[in-house]
Write a protein that binds this ligand. Structure first.
Ligand SMILES: Cc1ncc(COP(=O)(O)O)c(C=O)c1O
Length: 467
């Protein structure tokens, strides 16, 4: 048997999937119904997986309830959006207040200035504009950079994810056959519909390869407008920047007259109080924010120096949006910045994340699993690799069957350890408790012997095949 994406199913994974199906018949039925009207039966293709996804009934604090009435400790948290956890009281109170006063006007109001102040006080930017999604703000960030430099090319990293606009949908998940020479990776469109013209404006380099980035700048002199980078690549589990990598990007871009865009859609809210610029001590030219800053409602923002943002002031580039700075988003954003994303909350979340990561490390060592755990801020991931990954190509080597065994095993034991698929990571929210982490670790302790066994069997099969 194969799961979607050609994942082979071993006996242990088969058992976990059978248990999953036995526990979740109402999700199966809901998915079957949804497939008639929604491609893949879901509203975003990232939510689809075999045999069918869990359908959620409610979320409260650190937990979600599925249609069959099972409760899960939730570390998916809407792909990391919910650092606040579900229905955080401060966010709910702020939303209830604005619901009584009008939700959107298409005219300015004072909350947008207040939120802009919060953002400029926390991240190294002078001015911001708002949007609703990560896709939207990274798209505007790229346009801003192209306009500011009067250049067309954007350098992005193989495996990096910056949303769904045409420039971003290049070399997101190329196959091993498509990637090409590691020193000059191919620009591979992610699916159909990316115009050839756009593809030719995207230059690809490998994460953690400064020499490769330099080479690209030499190949395209005075043509690269910006390097867009997620400071920790979080579309491959978690790939940490090696010491000096982000600083090196800062220097190379400055030397070549290009801008540095930090896509902080994930890191901005979940890594540290001041996002990746604070955490790594590197100041980009443009920052794109979304996800966690909205506390569960759509909110994005992009910001830069006054000189760059003056391109908008001077009507040289177009920026607008019907829902920009609607009251719902502003109220949630203000509640997040003032009451949730505090230094104290980060300290708490980091403590719990350390407890979780250390617990994983103990279990991994005890059972002799070939894996490691990576964590930073509110994020972490079990990486089924023998050593730290440096880039997308290392990530391609993760055993998908084993990873699926881990994920279904955890879910069957009442813990959603992260969104489905090995490219994501867990989030610890401000509403998680020590009891949640204990439950998570108990589930992992239960799943671990099966992972060790499956790895051992694979190794033996490999050795026997070699005889
Ligand atoms: C780093 C990064 N950038 C951009 C996006 C796109 O954000 P959205 O899904 O809100 O459009 C994502 C979404 O996961 C992301 O992780």
């Amino acid at each position: 048997m194969l799961l979607e994406g050609g994942i082979p199913v071993n006996d242990l994974l088969q058992k976990e999937i059978e248990t999953y199906k036995r526990r979740t018949p109402k999700s199966a039925a809901a998915h079957h119904r949804a497939e008639m009207r929604l491609p893949l039966g879901v509203a975003s293709s990232y939510r689809a997986y075999d045999p069918y996804p869990i359908f959620v009934k409610e979320g409260h604090g650190s937990r979600v309830l599925d249609l069959d009435g099972h409760e899960y400790v939730d570390h998916n948290l809407c792909f990391g959006v919910l650092l606040a956890g579900h229905n955080h009281p401060a966010v709910v109170k702020a939303l209830e207040a604005v619901l009584q006063m009008g939700t959107t006007f298409g005219m300015p109001h004072e909350m947008e200035w207040e939120l802009a102040e919060e953002i400029c006080g926390r991240y190294p930017v002078d001015m911001v504009r708002f949007g609703s999604t990560g896709t939207e703000v990274t798209m505007h960030a790229c346009r801003l950079a192209r306009a500011a430099t009067k250049r067309d090319l954007i350098l992005k990293f193989e495996g990096g994810y910056h949303g769904l606009h045409d420039t971003a949908l290049v070399s997101v998940k190329p196959t091993a056959e498509e990637v090409g020479d590691p020193s000059e990776p191919n620009a591979v469109p992610q699916g159909l519909g990316i115009p050839q013209g756009t593809l030719s404006t995207v230059v690809i380099a490998s994460f953690n390869d400064l020499e490769g980035v330099e080479r690209r700048f030499r190949q395209y002199p005075n043509q690269i407008a910006a390097v867009i980078v997620e400071p920790i690549m979080m579309n491959v589990g978690m790939c940490m920047p090696q010491a000096g990598f982000l600083k090196g990007l800062r220097e190379i871009t400055a030397k070549h007259g290009a801008l540095l865009i930090f896509d902080e859609v994930k890191t901005g809210g979940k890594l540290a109080w001041g996002g990746a610029s604070e955490y790594f001590g590197v100041k980009p030219d443009i920052i794109a924010l979304a996800k966690a800053i909205g506390g569960g409602v759509p909110l994005g923002a992009f910001g830069a120096s006054k000189a760059v943002m003056d391109l908008i002031t001077n009507h040289q580039i177009y920026h607008g949006g019907t829902y920009n700075a609607n009251r719902i988003s502003m109220a949630a954003g203000l509640a997040m910045f003032r009451e949730v994303l505090t230094r104290e909350s980060y300290a708490d979340v980091v403590r719990l994340n350390k407890k979780l990561s250390d617990g994983y490390r103990r279990v991994i060592a005890k059972h002799g699993i070939e894996a490691y755990v990576v964590s930073a801020g509110a994020n972490g991931a079990l990486m089924l690799l023998p050593e730290q990954l440096r880039n997308y190509r290392d990530w391609l080597r993760i055993d998908q069957t084993l990873w699926s065994q881990y994920w279904f095993g955890m879910v069957n034991r009442g813990v959603i350890p992260q969104p489905f698929w090995r490219d994501e990571q867990w989030t610890v929210s401000v509403q998680h408790t020590d009891a949640d982490i204990d439950k998570h670790l108990a589930a992992f302790e239960d799943v671990a012997p099966g992972l060790a066994k499956a790895q051992q069997e694979r190794r033996s099969a490999f050795v026997n095949a070699g005889r």
